[in-house]
Design a protein around this ligand. Structure first.
Ligand code: AMP
Length: 485
């Protein structure tokens, strides 16, 4: 193996490495790739072979998930499916693109996500619809809820969606233009008990995924009854300081001053520190709701930190908002996930007033965190057995035996190279196979040799019994009992 300079993993020495690719994006960690690349996947190519080749690479801000990385996403997928099932959230899918107005209305036009980051698709026909790739899942799910009349089902409707989202943002570590989210929505219940259930579900996801040090930040951002007065208080705070605001924030002071609080601009930190707190401006209903959410979390023994700056980037949120961070980290770029209540969204998209709450957890950042912590699960996928043979040319025979084992539900591979038995056995060991099935002269009497590559033992087995023997040996191995030869 020649190192990590495959097409999608340029190194500084690669003459084709494009300086525009952005730090560590596209050249994602491939450590697992280099030492686990033996499962029938092509090896990374030497730099020399790349010279003079067309400079084709994954789009800026996207990354290939090579098998070892895809295995980590698979682990996270299994955790989400398991949790969704236990908590009563049913999986659904929405299209990867929607009419652009679903996002403009459902997220808000004065947001980074819509103003700057939406991947708009150039219209190909005169259909008249303008589409954009989904930057998040909630607006599409609520669109589907209305389109399919889900408000006639028992409420709340609880759904789960896992898939890629797209934002045309400046790529950097942990911020991609295509990234994966696990999204949960519960539509049709005003809370507050449900709010606590959902926060607890998010926290449990991180624990089950293997991240122990995740902290919950919590806030309430009020509702249309109390937020206007708070927004005026914010304007009153920032107007005398307008000359110190970065240009983008100065414009937002009039259009959407809440945005200032979760600004990514470091110049805002100090100005925000002295800003009035929304918690002091909640109306009685919102204050009661917030108290109840906190009481339910306390009852569950869930620790959280109040953060009055937590206003979320999207317009449709009301009342409860929360975010998940690794302990000691803060700021939008480090958020592992977040969510909140959006009691105004269904109406905004054309339905009757309907409460809703959900979260979106970014899976890329969990993958990175697991990688940093060294706790990412191994790829797995080693074959139980590799069928090898004394006659290098007898590839059809080896393939037939492996095909039979696979039909029996076993993970088996045949060595299909025309090479000596010794080389075939080396290949089986490199693949991490537990057993080698050695086909030789004994086949004339219906026997093969079964070699335990881990124990270094070997015995004769009837070909007719091979699948059963392998299954039994594998089971006793997994239970820690040494195989009896
Ligand atoms: P948001 O809807 O912006 O709060 O996103 C929810 C979560 O998705 C964030 O906390 C991140 O973990 C993740 N996320 C959002 N944008 C990106 C991105 N561009 N790249 C990777 N992860 C992202």
């Amino acid at each position: 193996m020649d190192g990590a300079d495959g097409i999608n993993a340029p190194t500084a020495t690669s003459s084709t490495a494009a300086p525009t690719a952005g730090p560590s994006v596209g050249g994602s960690p491939v450590g697992g790739w280099t030492h686990r690349a033996s499962h029938g996947v092509p090896a990374a190519r030497p730099t020399a072979r790349l010279r003079g080749m067309p400079d084709l690479r994954a789009p800026r801000g996207t990354r290939d998930l090579l098998p070892s990385e895809r295995a980590v996403l698979g682990h996270l997928e299994r955790v989400t499916r398991d949790l969704a099932g236990r908590y009563g959230y049913r999986e659904m899918e929405t299209p990867l693109f929607e009419q652009v107005s679903v996002f403009e209305r459902g997220i808000g036009e004065v947001t980074d996500v819509v103003e700057k980051e939406l991947f708009r698709l150039a219209p190909r026909t005169d259909e008249g619809d303008i589409y954009a790739l989904r930057p998040e899942a909630t607006a599409g799910i609520v669109r589907a809820y209305l389109q399919h009349g889900l408000q006639t089902l028992p409420q709340p409707v609880k759904v789960s969606l896992l898939g890629p989202m797209f934002r045309h943002d400046r790529p950097q570590a942990g911020r991609y233009r295509q990234f994966w989210q696990w999204d949960i929505e519960a539509i049709g219940d005003p809370g507050p008990a449900l709010d606590a259930e959902i926060v607890e579900l998010g926290a449990r996801f991180y624990r089950d995924a293997g991240l122990e040090d995740v902290e919950i930040l919590l806030n309430s951002i009020g509702d249309p009854a109390c937020r206007p007065a708070y927004i005026e208080a914010l304007r009153a705070h920032f107007r005398p300081r307008a000359d110190r605001l970065p240009p983008v924030e100065r414009a937002r002071l009039e259009t959407n001053p809440l945005r200032l609080l979760d600004s990514k601009d470091p110049r805002m930190t100090e100005l925000n520190a002295s800003a009035p707190s929304i918690v002091d401006h909640l109306c009685a209903e919102c204050a009661t709701h917030f108290e109840a959410v906190r009481a339910h979390l306390d009852e569950l023994g869930i620790a959280y930190r109040l953060d009055i700056r937590l206003v979320r980037g999207l317009d449709y949120y009301t009342r409860t908002t929360f975010e998940f961070y690794r302990r000691g980290e803060s700021g939008q770029q480090q958020a592992l996930g977040g969510g909140g209540r959006y009691d105004g969204l269904v109406q905004l998209l054309g339905g009757k007033p309907t409460p809703g709450i959900g979260f979106a957890l970014g899976l890329d950042r969990v993958m990175l965190a697991l990688d940093q912590a060294g706790t990412a699960p191994a790829e797995g996928g080693e074959p139980l057995a590799v069928v090898v043979g004394a006659d290098p040319a007898a590839t059809a025979l080896r393939l037939r035996i492996a095909t039979g084992l696979r039909a029996d539900g076993l993970a088996a591979r045949a060595d299909l190279g025309v090479r000596k038995l010794g080389r075939q056995l080396e290949g089986a060991a490199r693949d991490g196979a537990h057993f080698a099935v050695i086909v030789g002269d004994e086949l004339a009497s219906g026997d093969v040799q079964l070699r335990d590559l881990e124990a270094g033992t070997q015995r004769t087995v009837r070909l007719d019994d091979l699948a059963r023997e392998l299954r039994r040996a594998a089971a006793s191995h997994h239970h820690g009992t040494p195989e009896r030869g």
